[in-house]
Write a protein of this length. Structure first.
Length: 312
């Protein structure tokens, strides 16, 4: 329902790159990316920017989350002319960073109240579905997507040992049966490193499926629930959910730990690649290098990977 207005002319020099850190409940949204006729996180954020700037503005995000996936540490950027940046303060004794954080939070919440899904319906003092946590001027060379070193996700599972907590049902997988954490970790160990994850990805035309899986492990907490931590330089479409779904078959005893290595080496995505449900998945953090390395990191990320990058 965004009103159409001309976007700020592209290619104008002197634009300021603004980094925006935000968190959101992915339940009410059809994922991050814009989709006609559907409520998406990008849609409500860009409509909030439209209200704030009185023009269209396109954002670049660190990682496009799927339908139902949440974020505590999402990062995006938008480019603004200096005049718009300074006007954020409206002459008040407040920094542009704090002024934009407050004002964008307000406009996004206004957009949320208009969503037919009801994602903006909140009671007094309730936290809205999208929260702008921080706004800052980005250093030269910063790109929310291409400058990132890694993205870290968590995935929470309650099996027969943990029991079912109805208050956590929106962010926890209720697994029918018992899982062996040791076996989960033995399976996950086969997947770490620079690998071709074609068997665990939904391929995109012209895109590589080679990724560096830096962390992947499972730990049972004091409450009995199991939390998976999964970190990579980047993820293919559906990769995290496919890895979790396949590893659960190992943790349940249905498949041996080495089966995951066999799937990886086969590089074939078929019916054995089962996606875990989306609702327990949370984007926890996106990390970036020091300011002097941002541009170099972005250039390295843009370089297409091939077989020569795979671990031997």
């Amino acid at each position: 329902m965004t009103t159409q207005m001309p976007a700020f002319p592209s290619g104008d020099g002197g634009l300021l790159r603004v980094r925006i850190d935000l968190a959101y409940d992915g339940g009410p949204f059809a994922g991050w990316a814009l989709q006609p006729g559907l409520a998406t996180v990008q849609g409500v954020v860009e409509e909030g920017l439209f209200i704030l700037l009185r023009r269209s503005a396109r954002v670049t995000v660190a990682g496009r989350t799927d339908t139902g996936v949440h974020a505590r540490g999402q990062v995006m950027h938008v480019d603004l002319p200096p005049g718009e940046w300074q006007a954020m303060t409206r002459g008040k004794d407040v920094s542009p960073e704090d002024a934009m954080r407050r004002r964008l939070t307000g406009t996004v919440n206004l957009v949320l109240t208009r969503q037919p899904s009801g994602s903006g319906r909140t009671t007094r003092n309730a936290v809205p579905a999208v929260v702008v946590r921080k706004v800052s001027l980005a250093p030269d060379g910063f790109d929310a997507r291409f400058s990132a070193l890694w993205r870290r996700y968590s995935y929470r599972i309650a099996d027969a040992q943990a029991g079912q907590d109805p208050l956590a049902r929106h962010t926890t997988l209720w697994y029918q049966g018992e899982l062996d954490v040791g076996q989960l970790n033995r399976g996950a160990a086969h997947l770490r490193g620079m690998q071709d994850f074609r068997a665990f990805c939904k391929p995109r035309a012209g895109a590589t499926t080679i990724r560096e899986l830096q962390r992947y492990g499972f730990q049972r907490g004091a409450d009995g629930a199991i939390t998976a931590t999964i970190q990579a330089d980047a993820f293919c479409h559906n990769m995290v959910r496919a890895l979790i779904g396949s590893t659960l078959r190992v943790g349940s005893g249905e498949m041996p730990a080495g089966w995951l290595k066999e799937r990886l080496d086969a590089r074939i995505k078929d019916a054995q690649s089962i996606l875990a449900p989306a609702h327990p998945l949370v984007l926890e953090e996106v990390a970036y290098p020091e300011a002097a390395e941002l541009g170099r990191r972005a250039a390295l990320t843009r370089a297409r990977r091939g077989p020569a990058h795979l671990q031997r």
